[in-house]
Write a protein that binds this ligand. Structure first.
Ligand code: CMC
Length: 428
């Protein structure tokens, strides 16, 4: 028998079923509450609201656990590849060797984009932020594949859109960077693996030979795995809500990119480096900056610290911190901001303000340092996050469609003016 929660209000009692997940997470199902009582629930920022039942990613913020489809992030980051993880997230199981080869081959085949997309790219000024360019180019796919827009299309058609997105995003991302620096774009090299091809499109110059460094490709692949999904965060919820109106997968993913852009979400990786640079330029006094972060009259926050869900160490941050040390050592780079980051982390972890609020470094605290070591410019960091998050967004969109979820449409508590008469302009 399922559990029941009881709500009593103004002499009435309402019974609300309690739903339990496979990891014993419990939730009070309030979907019928309004019909029974006229009441709605109020939860700004959805801090305590489950918007769906999902079988993709499990995370336990108290214990610092993150699993994709049941597999621990530590194992996947060490043993898997980004495309294998993408398959796992989207289709639910690790691929067999034959399935993996077929999937990889299809993605490799679709890396090229329509030449007219280059004309759209050419219309952007070089000051355009690559995230804006990326979301626009993704949305432009709606114009190039009009037959793929209906989310009720056949499974084959949906799978083709999924492959196109995974294949073309690195091309778009690299082209957004080329637009920024004013260099001619590079076309995909289908003889290379996913990350090496991306690096070549980013960094190859017409007059020079370019060989992607396997150390860099591998580090990048690991970073993409770590970002691949994170259950119902801001951008993923955006993808699901936009998709719930039956807008196309391209429009939904493009919306996800825009949601990711902000400094409180994916944009934090760029903000972390800007913050560490500012601390360095200011003489490297971590305490002064910690005090700023604690001062409620100062809007400054310690970027890369804190998380809506993790109230313990973000497991991705641990892996990235180790990877940052390894990558910098392998590449022979001595980056002073890595030392500032470590000092800042140590000071924050001992400071009662951060301890009491359970604020720990998140995935973005060290990722920017690796991106920098890999030669990726700061305003491309959030684009890298988007590349990594893509399979998660796709998996969540697909799950939402397969569950036939209703349109996302929250309610509100209205606090504006009550009814009043229109006042003609000359009487105001
Ligand atoms: N620096 C200083 N104080 C902070 C910070 C921070 N980075 N983060 C949270 N706090 C304080 C906050 O002021 C509040 O204090 P009080 O209780 O006295 O009012 C308390 O901690 C709780 O914070 P909150 O804003 O209610 O928590 P939230 O769950 O709404 O916000 C967050 C989560 C990630 C937006 C926030 O921690 C933050 O702004 N962090 C910095 C930006 C950042 O690193 N974002 C990347 C998140 S991880 C990547 C991703 O998945 O998107």
């Amino acid at each position: 028998m399922s559990e029941i929660a009881k709500l009593s209000y103004q002499g009435n009692e309402y019974e609300l079923p309690v739903t339990k997940g496979t990891e014993n997470e419990e939730a009070i199902d309030i979907s019928k509450l309004r019909g029974q009582s006229g009441l709605i629930t109020l939860d700004p920022g959805f801090k305590n609201t489950g918007s769906t039942k999902s079988a993709i990613t499990f995370l336990d913020g108290e214990e610092g656990i993150l699993r994709y489809r049941g597999y621990n992030i530590e194992d996947l980051a060490e043993k898997s590849t980004f495309l294998e993880v993408s398959y796992l997230l989207i289709y639910g199981e690790l691929p067999t060797e034959a399935e993996y080869k077929k999937f990889t081959k299809k993605i490799t085949k679709h890396t090229l984009v329509h030449e007219d997309i280059k004309k759209i790219l050419d219309g952007f000024p070089s000051v355009a932020h690559p995230m804006g360019v990326l979301s626009s180019l993704i949305c432009s796919l709606t114009a190039f594949y009009p037959n793929s827009l209906d989310p009720n299309n056949s499974k084959e058609e949906i799978n083709l859109s999924i492959v196109r997105l995974l294949a073309k995003l690195p091309t778009f991302a690299a082209w957004a960077f080329k637009n920024k620096v004013g260099h001619p774009v590079n076309y995909p090299d289908n003889g290379l693996d996913y990350c090496s091809n991306f690096l070549k499109m980013m960094f190859a110059l017409p007059a020079e030979k370019f060989e992607p460094d396997p150390v860099i490709s591998k580090a990048l692949d690991k970073l993409l795995i770590l970002h691949a999904d994170h259950e119902q965060n801001c951008s993923t919820s955006t993808v699901r809500v936009v998709g719930s109106s039956q807008a196309s997968i391209y429009a939904s993913i493009s919306a996800g990119v825009n949601a990711l852009w902000g400094p409180l979400h994916g944009g934090a990786n760029q903000s972390v480096i800007e913050m560490l640079e500012a601390i360095k330029d200011d003489g490297g006094d971590s305490k002064k900056w910690l005090d700023k972060a604690k001062d409620k009259n100062d809007p400054f926050r310690l970027m890369g610290f804190g998380h809506r869900v993790y109230k313990n160490f973000d497991p991705r941050a641990k892996i990235i911190k180790k990877a940052a040390d390894e990558v910098l050592e392998k590449l022979g780079i001595d980056d002073p901001i890595l030392d500032i980051a470590k000092e800042l982390e140590m000071a924050a972890l001992q400071d009662p303000y951060f301890v009491e609020r359970k604020l720990y470094p998140n995935v973005d605290f060290y990722s920017g340092i690796i991106y920098r070591a890999l030669g990726i410019p700061t305003d491309m960091f959030t684009v890298m996050f988007a590349l990594g998050r893509l399979p998660g967004w796709i998996a969540q969109w697909k799950e939402m469609r397969e569950n036939n979820e209703p349109i996302g449409r929250p309610r509100q508590v209205y606090v504006g003016a009550t009814e009043r008469s229109y006042v003609p302009m000359d009487n105001r």
